[in-house]
Design a protein around this ligand. Structure first.
Ligand code: XIL
Length: 302
């Protein structure tokens, strides 16, 4: 196949990208998106501060634009994200425990309800663990006020809100075997053992020279898959250029294809010029939408 999406589909996978609603009026952005990708993740538009900046009022307009664009093109949509400490409006952080629990569950019900049947996988909880060697949970309004049980509660609420959506836990710095990924692994193993609904684990896979693709990336994906969950590469970008960057991208694709339950890859943006890593060139298309060596490496590996 001659496009990322079609090549991935031949392997039973999707190949997606983060999309920003404010670029959907730019012709080469849209044509690259439509030609190459068969899944999208709203980059910011489904986050709490985007859909509910103040208590009591929802704004789904920007996220809806992305979802309708995807649906009209037959692309899948990943939902990102429901419960996260970041991009969280201040009104949520200042609630007491009882109100925060209600707000969390309402948020899940209302956002998942709005998109019911349209989302193939939801990042229900994002980035709940600390970096470093402690394996501890990260401090957040949810963790600090509701305790460890907030993650389980969020997944149970999410299952009821849209039973057809796959429910993912998503994080970064969990791409190789390390203390943080061990902590996530232990949580997922516990959820599976106790019947807490979880279907997938997302590996953000933001790589750079200080944090390259780990040598045990495939082994790490495999050990999670062996727990009985799908694994998805959810926010892939790799800083660098040329052959080195291309080789790293190829290795990520090969690792996913080698793991039966690795069901798809999403890169965190269409073009270098809109990457959240403003100083870098971490994506598959340059600022003029030319295919980079990394693009060719991905297509060849698929
Ligand atoms: C980033 C977006 O790309 C930026 O536009 C925004 O300013 C900050 O968030 N982990 C995640 C994503 O789960 O939601 C983040 O996206 C990147 C890190």
């Amino acid at each position: 196949a001659s496009t990322l999406g079609a090549a991935a589909a031949e392997k039973g996978r999707y190949f997606g990208t983060a999309v920003a609603a404010n670029h959907l009026g730019e012709a080469p952005y849209v044509s690259t998106l439509n030609t190459e990708f068969n899944s999208v993740t709203p980059e910011n538009e489904m986050k709490w501060d985007a859909v509910k900046p103040s208590r009591g009022s929802f704004n789904f307009a920007n996220a809806d634009r992305i979802v309708s664009h995807a649906q009209s093109r037959g692309m899948k949509v990943r939902g990102h994200t429901l419960v996260w400490h970041s991009q969280l409006p201040s009104w949520v952080g200042s609630l007491g425990a009882t109100d925060l629990r209600t707000a969390m569950n309402n948020h899940i019900n209302q956002v998942m309800g709005h998109y019911k049947g349209k989302i193939h996988s939801w990042d229900v909880v994002n980035e709940a663990f600390q970096d470093g060697t402690s394996g501890a949970r990260r401090s957040s309004p949810f963790q600090d006020k509701l305790g460890n049980g907030f993650i389980e509660e969020a997944f149970r609420t999410a299952r009821a809100a849209d039973p057809a959506a796959k429910l993912c836990y998503n994080d970064y710095n969990t791409d190789g075997v390390n203390a943080k990924s061990n902590a996530v692994y232990n949580m997922v193993r516990d959820f599976k053992a106790r019947g807490v609904p979880i279907d997938c684990v997302g590996f953000q896979s933001h790589f750079n020279s200080a944090s390259p693709v780990p040598a045990d990336y495939q082994a790490n994906l495999q050990r999670f898959a062996d727990l009985g969950v799908e694994v998805q590469i959810t926010e892939l970008d790799i800083e660098g250029s040329g052959t080195a960057q291309a080789n790293s991208y190829g290795n990520v694709v090969k690792a996913c294809l080698a793991v039966t339950r690795c069901t798809g890859i999403t890169v965190w943006g269409v073009t270098d010029k809109y990457s959240w890593r403003a100083s870098g060139t971490p994506l598959l298309f340059d600022g003029n939408y030319n295919k980079k060596p990394a693009y060719t490496a991905v297509l060849t590996a698929l």
